[in-house]
Write a protein that binds this ligand. Structure first.
Ligand SMILES: NC(=O)c1ccc[n+]([C@@H]2O[C@H](COP(=O)([O-])OP(=O)(O)OC[C@H]3O[C@@H](n4cnc5c(N)ncnc54)[C@H](OP(=O)(O)O)[C@@H]3O)[C@@H](O)[C@H]2O)c1
Length: 346
């Protein structure tokens, strides 16, 4: 089968060649069903997350031995089932996530780890749901317990996890403030009905948010969702209410912020470090419930998955470049059986 292989640590945005960090292999064996409850999925689409980019660069917390097939969340069609499988049949449309291996034509998963994609939902888009929306749902609904009327501030709001947090915030009835860079991202966020959008490339974020809060007679921010870190996070702490929840999601800026414990004490802040993937080991039922709720929201049209770029496997370097250059609004996908050059800004 065809798969994308990370041969060595390095920059995945380099053009694919025999010596590039990522290469295409056409000779990997199709994975066998590994147990009676295993299911083989023919992958239709798989998403690029910032973590996949960091992993190939060698800057992610999990460092698999080389060579490896990267990739985490995916969607596709059931192609074969073990003789103990009860929940799925050949032809079913499914989505799921793995710690590695989704940048390939086929993947094998246990049936308990697969989710049925509801009728009417786009199969390609469903491949982008688990990691981004799953992370934001566990963070906002399970950890911060976001309530209607609370003020949610989302940093990196046009990125993969950021845009999902914005939408989940709206579903929960929060007043959502979004921070993103550039006119295109700002316009898109406004089109979603976000209550206030700040353009990072223009003016002072803190002043803009303070003016909005004053206009709306709101005291401050109740929940801070932070996939960016650095100075933006540090400045954002000035906006937090007494009793606020801080969701530490990631460090796209490359700078890990310091949250002063003395201020957290005085202001009764709760700081949540959140590593979504580790719920699979420690509390898998939380992930399962969360993804089921998200799929039901998707089928009711309460959330939508915005795919800004889709590429074929042989164009994976361009997909990683879109992430590196901060061009993405929502998600970047690798779509199988798409000829090179057929990709577009959807
Ligand atoms: N904790 C978890 O379980 C979990 C799960 C998923 C993701 N994450 C983490 O969350 C972060 C975002 O992931 P993602 O998949 O949403 O990535 P993404 O789609 O690339 O979005 C990242 C956003 O961060 C902003 N940003 C600010 N400074 C940046 C910089 N120096 N370089 C790149 N982007 C920068 C960009 O927005 P502007 O250009 O608009 O400023 C961009 O939209 C990553 O650190 C990732 O590892 C964590």
């Amino acid at each position: 089968m065809e798969a994308l292989v990370c041969q060595k640590i390095g920059d995945p945005t380099l053009p694919l060649s025999d010596s590039s960090p990522i290469t295409i292999s056409k000779s990997l064996p199709i994975p066998n069903l590994s147990s009676p409850t295993s299911v083989r999925v023919r992958i239709q689409a798989t998403s690029l997350n910032y973590a996949n980019y960091l992993q190939i660069l060698g800057r992610y917390q999990e460092k698999p031995p080389l060579p490896f097939v990267p990739g985490s969340d995916y969607s596709g069609v059931v192609e074969a089932v073990g003789n103990g499988v009860g929940r799925f049949r050949v032809g079913d449309r499914v989505c799921s996530f793995a710690s590695l291996g989704s940048y390939a034509e086929f993947i094998v998963a246990d049936e308990k780890d697969l989710f049925l994609v509801p009728d009417g939902c786009d199969l390609v888009a469903a491949g982008a749901l688990p990691v981004a929306f799953g992370t934001s749902h566990v963070a906002l609904v399970h950890r911060a317990q976001l309530k209607p009327g609370q003020v949610l501030l989302v940093l990196g709001a046009a990125g993969g996890v950021g845009l999902s947090a914005v939408q989940i915030g709206k579903v929960c009835g929060a007043v959502v403030i979004a921070v993103a860079r550039g006119a295109e991202k700002v316009q898109f966020l406004r089109s979603l009905g976000v209550d206030h959008v700040v353009d990072l490339s223009k003016g002072n974020v803190i002043e803009s948010v303070k003016n909005f809060l004053k206009e709306r007679k709101l005291k401050g921010v109740d929940v801070l969702y932070d996939p960016v870190g650095g100075k933006l996070m540090k400045d954002s702490m000035k906006l937090l209410n007494w009793g606020a929840n801080i969701l530490v999601i990631g460090f796209a800026s490359g700078d890990v912020p310091v949250i002063p414990a003395n201020i957290a004490l005085v202001k009764n802040w709760t700081v949540h470090g959140l590593y979504w993937g580790s719920y699979k080991i420690h509390q898998p039922h939380i992930l399962e419930d969360s993804l089921n709720e998200l799929l039901s929201w998707l089928s009711k049209g309460l959330i939508t998955i915005q795919i800004s770029h889709a590429y074929s496997m042989s164009e994976a370097n361009l997909a990683f470049a879109a992430i590196k250059e901060r061009k993405v609004i929502g998600k970047v996908m690798l779509v199988m059986n798409t000829s090179a050059g057929a990709r577009s800004k959807l």
